[in-house]
Design a binder for this molecule. Structure first.
Ligand SMILES: *[C@@H]1O[C@H](CO)[C@@H](O)[C@H](O)[C@H]1NC(C)=O
Ligand SMILES: *[C@@H]1O[C@H](CO)[C@@H](O)[C@H](O)[C@H]1NC(C)=O
Ligand SMILES: *[C@@H]1O[C@H](CO)[C@@H](O)[C@H](O)[C@H]1NC(C)=O
Ligand SMILES: *[C@@H]1O[C@H](CO)[C@@H](O)[C@H](O)[C@H]1NC(C)=O
Length: 493
C-alpha cells in the first residue's frame, strides 16, 4: 500500500485513503518501495576529515600533504585552505545531532592519519591521545544517537612525511590501519581508501591536488602502492579483528560512467574507459588479483607488476563494493590516444549529456548511477554495494542570498532522479545495494576549488560557522520518515 506525500516545495499530490486509486506512481513511491523492506539499509550523509575538521595545528596534529599544498600560494582557489573548514573539530556535537535529525541512520566520516598517529621529532609515529579522544567522542556520540559510523581510513590527507610513490608507505599504512582496528572495535564498517583514482591521478598526474606532482605515469606507481596497502590492511583485519568486531571492510571506487558515443562503433572504447577507471582497481580486488589486460597492453612497462603472492593477497580483498558517482560522459574511440579513447559531453545528436551543475565536470545524468551499479553487479558480483557518495553542487549557489540558496530545488531534483535510478537497479536488476550516502552533510572545503562550490544538504556560513538545513535536507527527512512508516506497516502486516 502506497500513500502519496506532499513534498515540500512541490505541487501537492492529494493524499487519498484509497491509495490504490492514486493514478501515478511518483519517484518517491518507487524509492520507498525498493528500500522499505531492508531494515538494516544504511541511509547517511558523508564527510571527510580535511574537508570539515579544521584545527589543522591543534592538539598534536602533524601536517598532512594537504596542509602543505594549500599553504603554498597558487595551488587552490583564492589560496583557500582547510585550516578552519567547518570547524567540525569543535562543532561536531551539533553536527551529529543534525545527522540524526535529518532521519539518517548512518554517517560516513574519515580519520586524519596525521591527527591520530603523527610523526614524532624522533622520526617515530606514536598515537596522539587527543586525536584518539576526538574520534572516540565523535563515534560514541553517533552510536548514542543510533547512527552507524562508516569510517574511511584514508581520505587523501596523507602525513606530510609520506609519499604514495615510495614503497615505504605500504607498511606505514598497514600499521596505521591496524592501529585503528585495535582502537575502534565499535566501528563495524571500514573503507580502506576513498577514490584512489582521484588522488593518484590528481596528486601524481595532473598535479592539481596534493602533493602536486605532474607526471604521465607516476599515478600508476601511486596506485600500485595503494593496492598493496589495501590488501595488507584487509588481511590484517580478517586475521585479527574481524571476527571479534563482527565488522566489514571494503574500498570506495569512484566512476562517472562512460557511455559509448556511437552505440554501434564505440563499445570497445567504452570498455577501455571502464578498464582504465574502474578495472584499474576493481579487477585486482574483485576479479583476478591483477590489472586488466588492456591496461597492461597499452601501458607496458609504465604499469608496475604484482608478484604472485601479491596477486593472491589482492584477489577477493574486499567484503563489499563502495561506490562514489556524480556524473557520466560519452566515450569515443581514438587511435591517437595511448588509452584508445577520448571523453565527450556532447552526443551524436549534438546535445549535451545532461544539465550542468556548478562544477564544470558535473553534468546531471541520473542513468549513470544505474549503469555503474549494473556494471559492477554483473562484472564483479560483490555481495553488497554501498553508494558511499552521490550529490551535486548548484549553479550560482555560492553567490545567492541565504534564502534562495536554501531553496535548492536543483539538488532535490538531482537526488530524486538518481535515487529513482538506484531503485530501478534494485527492483529490475537485483543489484544488492545496502546503503546510500549523500555527499555531503555540510558545505565544505572542496579541495583545490576551495569554498566556492557547495555540495551540502546543510548551508554553512563560513563567517559565522552557522548551519542552515536546505530544502534537500528536508526532502531526505520526509523520504526517510515515509520509509520508516512503511517498514513498520509491512512488519505489522
Ligand atoms: C594567491 O597566491 C598567488 C601566488 O602567490 C597570488 O598571485 C594571488 O594573488 C593569491 N590570491 C589571493 C586571492 O590571495
Ligand atoms: C556510428 O557507427 C556506425 C558504424 O560504424 C557508422 O555507420 C555511423 O556513421 C556512426 N555514426 C556517427 C554519428 O559517427
Ligand atoms: C554570513 O554571516 C555574515 C555575518 O553575520 C553576514 O554578513 C552574511 O550576510 C552571511 N551570509 C549569508 C549568505 O547569509
Ligand atoms: C523555490 O524555487 C522554486 C523554483 O525552483 C520556486 O518555484 C519556489 O517558489 C521557491 N520557493 C520559495 C519558498 O522561495
Amino acid at each position: 500500500m502506497t500513500a502519496s506525500l506532499a513534498w515540500i516545495g512541490f505541487p501537492l499530490v492529494v493524499s487519498s485513503l484509497t491509495a490504490w486509486a492514486v493514478p501515478q506512481e511518483t519517484p518517491e513511491d518507487r524509492i520507498v518501495k525498493a528500500f522499505r523492506g531492508q531494515s538494516d539499509f544504511l541511509w547517511g550523509s558523508a564527510t571527510a576529515s580535511y574537508q570539515v575538521e579544521g584545527s589543522w595545528d591543534r592538539d598534536g596534529r602533524q601536517e598532512s600533504i594537504w596542509d602543505v599544498f594549500s599553504h603554498t600560494p597558487g595551488n587552490t582557489h583564492e589560496n583557500q585552505t582547510g585550516d578552519v573548514a567547518d570547524d567540525f573539530y569543535n562543532l561536531y556535537p551539533a553536527d551529529v545531532s543534525r545527522v540524526a535529525s535529518y532521519g539518517f541512520n548512518a554517517f560516513r566520516m574519515s580519520i586524519s592519519w596525521s591527527r591520530i598517529l603523527p610523526l614524532g621529532p624522533d622520526g617515530v609515529r606514536r598515537p596522539n591521545i587527543e586525536g584518539v579522544n576526538f574520534y572516540k567522542r565523535v563515534i560514541h556520540l553517533l552510536l548514542d544517537n543510533k547512527v552507524t559510523p562508516f569510517v574511511t581510513i584514508f581520505h587523501w590527507d596523507l602525513p606530510a612525511d609520506l609519499d604514495w610513490l615510495s614503497e615505504s608507505v605500504v607498511p606505514a599504512f598497514a600499521d596505521y590501519a591496524e592501529f585503528l582496528f585495535e582502537t575502534f572495535p565499535e566501528v563495524k564498517h571500514w573503507l580502506t581508501f576513498n577514490e584512489p583514482s582521484s588522488f593518484c591521478a590528481n596528486g601524481y598526474g595532473s598535479g592539481t591536488h596534493a602533493p602536486g606532482v605532474k607526471s604521465k605515469y607516476k599515478q600508476y606507481r601511486c596506485g600500485h602502492h595503494v593496492l598493496k596497502a589495501h590488501a595488507q590492511a584487509v588481511a590484517i583485519y580478517r586475521a585479527k579483528y574481524q571476527q571479534v568486531a563482527h565488522g566489514k571492510i571494503g574500498i570506495t571506487l569512484n566512476y562517472d560512467f562512460g557511455f559509448p558515443w556511437n552505440g554501434s562503433s564505440d563499445q570497445d572504447a567504452a570498455q577501455l574507459h571502464h578498464d582504465f577507471n574502474v578495472g584499474w582497481w576493481a579487477d585486482p580486488i574483485y576479479l583476478t588479483g591483477d590489472y586488466p589486460a588492456s591496461m597492461k597492453d597499452r601501458l607496458g612497462s609504465n604499469l608496475p607488476k604484482f608478484t604472485e603472492a601479491e596477486i593472491a593477497m589482492l584477489k577477493g580483498s574486499s567484503g563489499f563494493y563502495g561506490m562514489n558517482t556524480y556524473s557520466a560522459m560519452y566515450v569515443k574511440a581514438d587511435v591517437s590516444s595511448e588509452k584508445g579513447f577520448t571523453e565527450l559531453r556532447v552526443g551524436v545528436d549534438g546535445k549535451e549529456i545532461g544539465k550542468r551543475a556548478a562544477s564544470p565536470w558535473l553534468y546531471v545524468v541520473p542513468t549513470g548511477i544505474r549503469a555503474y551499479l549494473e556494471y559492477v553487479h554483473f562484472r564483479y558480483q560483490p555481495q553488497s554495494i554501498y553508494v558511499t557518495e552521490n550529490g551535486c553542487d548548484v549553479p550560482g549557489e555560492n553567490e545567492m542570498p541565504l534564502e534562495q540558496a536554501l531553496n535548492d530545488t536543483f539538488r532535490v531534483d538531482f537526488y530524486r532522479a538518481y535515487l529513482d535510478n538506484v531503485a530501478a537497479a534494485v527492483l529490475n536488476s537485483g543489484v544488492p545495494v545496502k546503503g546510500y550516502f549523500a555527499w555531503s552533510l555540510l558545505d565544505n572545503y572542496e579541495w583545490a576549488d576551495g569554498y566556492q562550490l557547495r555540495f551540502g544538504l546543510t548551508y554553512v556560513n563560513y563567517t559565522t560557522q552557522e548551519r542552515y538545513p536546505k530544502l534537500s535536507a528536508k526532502w531526505f527527512k520526509l523520504l526517510l520518515n515515509q520509509m520508516v512508516r512503511q517498514s513498520q506497516l509491512e512488519i505489522a502486516i
